[in-house]
Design a protein around this ligand. Structure first.
Ligand code: 5GP
Length: 207
């Protein structure tokens, strides 16, 4: 069989929906790779440069925008975040599935640049539950929580641009659904069907 090009998956959803956990589980599957973003946000405790993010200054980030190095970039809660383009394209070319954990603004830019990307939206069961989860983390001030809840609603309003949605009220079920979506998408007949047909033609000629 000819080597398949990988698929690009965008996973978005308000912070506190369990998006990170879903991504971490998907990455345990063979063939899936995570795209490491660049950000101007400072590292949190335990975060590793080059693994969680490439942590850079605003100047370096802007140089990268000007050089056209991003597939998408956005301002999220006053920090800049961007997806390095070459890294994503190289991996897809090598037949790997690439997972982007990015916000909705970024997701929409990816869809525009690469319409074949599969966009998955992770929803909280309710805003009240989202509030409980954000408060439970204990990392945010009350003011920041209000801001995140307002932002969550703004993001949810754009769900119509996405291909799939997952309501995360049980993390195991949410992960299982995300895996099913990825499996179904891997079996979708691609735009470029010639390589598939060629394999069978070659086999037929060899007889
Ligand atoms: P955090 O700072 O908590 O790691 O991420 C904040 C938000 O930024 C999350 O919603 C995350 O999905 C989003 N994000 C992370 N990397 C990127 C990126 O490269 N591009 C965009 N547009 N959003 C990103």
């Amino acid at each position: 069989m000819s080597r398949k090009r990988g698929r690009l998956f965008v996973i978005s959803g308000p912070s506190g929906t369990g998006k990170g956990t879903v991504c971490a589980e998907l990455l345990k599957e063979i063939g899936n790779e995570f795209s490491v973003s660049m950000t101007t946000r400072g590292p949190r405790e335990g975060e590793v440069d080059g693994k969680d993010y490439y942590f850079v200054t605003r100047e370096v980030f802007i140089e990268n925008i000007e050089a056209g190095n991003f597939l998408e970039h956005a301002n999220v809660f006053d920090n800049l975040y961007g997806t390095p383009k070459d890294m994503v394209l190289n991996r897809l070319e090598r037949g790997r599935n690439v997972i982007l954990d990015i916000d909705v603004q970024g997701g929409l830019q990816v869809k525009k640049a690469m319409p074949e990307a599969v966009l998955i939206f992770i929803l909280p069961p309710s805003l009240a539950e989202l509030r409980r989860r954000l408060e439970g983390r204990g990392t945010e001030t009350a003011e920041k929580i209000e801001r995140r809840l307002g932002q969550a609603l703004n993001e949810i309003k754009l769900i119509g641009e996405y291909d799939y949605y997952i309501v995360n009220d049980n993390i195991d079920e949410a992960v299982a659904l995300a895996k099913s979506i990825m499996a179904a998408e891997a079996a979708r007949v691609p735009e470029a069907v010639k390589p598939i047909i060629r394999d069978y033609e070659n086999e037929s000629k060899q007889k």
